[in-house]
Design a protein around this ligand. Structure first.
Ligand SMILES: [Zn+2]
Ligand SMILES: [Zn+2]
Length: 321
């Protein structure tokens, strides 16, 4: 169970700290050596540890993507994770607003998850630890120093577990419009259970959403109870804004408050309950991890995978080989 939980963590980018400091080669490029140290705040232990960047990335990739995924998918994840980390290191002089004295932390809600070797031994068991650890390390080593840039600047490499067939434009999920976080088809998404349904009583909905549905007659067929309406859709047809019992709520807020797997949801009211059916898992922006798995199994390498999910990006080498 823990493995599932940890394996399917996804990044939600809340902070855009980095100042642009990598330029297209004409202006001095800031290179990171293979021995760059990152300062990671550990929530559980309430302390900061200093770890070489490339070692830190093994713990991130292992925490953020199941190690049994194909190597090229793990390599795509490694480059995305490195880009996120290097962008935070690049904010030199700017303190981490959440954890003073640290560059990064180990909580996926604040950035990306990280697991120590001891955590990974527990997660995988001693036997599989050696096989998986070295597989993930290989993904990090084979992409050593590589980061993603758009027009010479490091990108915010959003990623998620599964999109359900098509990724989302960034501005449909967050406030910012990133030219490289565009909606793209995801033909090989291999989420084994993309569609899931969860039901709530009207009282539960009222408590979570701050609405007053229990006092209203809710009935009708799929997506059409008068008290729950979509008022705006995203470019891919997901609900973006809703009116629930007269309360305006964004789909992102509904997902957060109800703990739904994604904003790609529909609903049906029946017998005093509302059943929400979701497709995919995560925010749907950027790299789709199950889509990356599918592309890798169809023979695509990590460069093609990254170019597919991050429109118009370049992979830049920051460490001389
Ligand atoms: Zn944190
Ligand atoms: Zn997908």
């Amino acid at each position: 169970m823990r493995r599932l939980v940890v394996g399917f963590l996804f990044l939600s980018i809340a902070l855009v700290l980095g100042l642009p400091y990598i330029f297209n080669g004409q202006i001095p490029v800031k290179f990171f050596s293979g021995t760059t140290i990152v300062r990671v705040y550990l929530h559980g232990a309430d302390r900061i540890v200093k770890i070489p960047l490339e070692d830190y990335l093994v713990g991130v990739v292992a925490a953020e993507m199941p190690a049994e995924f194909p190597l090229e998918a793990l390599k795509a994840q490694a480059v995305a994770a490195r880009t996120y980390a290097v962008k935070r290191l690049g904010a030199s002089g700017v303190e981490n607003p959440l954890h003073q004295g640290a560059d990064l932390c180990d909580d996926h809600r604040h950035g990306q998850a990280w697991l120590s070797r001891a955590d990974l031994k527990e997660l995988w068991g001693t036997l599989q630890y050696y096989q998986y650890y070295y597989k993930v390390k290989q993904a990090v080593d084979e992409t050593r120093g590589q980061v993603l840039t758009y027009q010479g600047q490091l990108i915010d490499p959003a990623y998620h577990a599964s999109c359900g067939g098509r990724t989302e434009n960034s501005e449909d999920v967050w406030k910012f419009e990133a030219p490289y976080l565009r909606s793209v088809p995801c033909p090989y998404d291999m989420d084994p259970e993309p569609v899931q349904t969860v039901s709530y009583s009207l009282e539960q909905l009222d408590q979570a959403l701050g609405t007053n549905l229990a006092a209203l007659p809710v009935s009708g067929k799929q997506n059409s109870p008068a008290e729950i309406k979509t008022t705006e859709k995203t470019a891919t047809g997901r609900p973006k804004a809703l009116l629930i019992g007269g309360c305006p709520l964004s789909a992102v807020a509904v997902r957060d408050l109800l703990g739904l797997r994604s904003t790609n949801f529909s609903w049906k009211a029946e017998g005093g309950e509302v059943a929400f059916t979701t497709t995919g898992h995560g925010h749907g922006v950027g790299l789709c991890q199950y889509g990356a798995k599918g592309m890798a199994l169809h023979g695509y390498n990590y460069r093609t995978i990254l170019g597919h999910y991050y429109s118009g990006v370049e992979i830049i080498e920051t460490v001389k080989r």
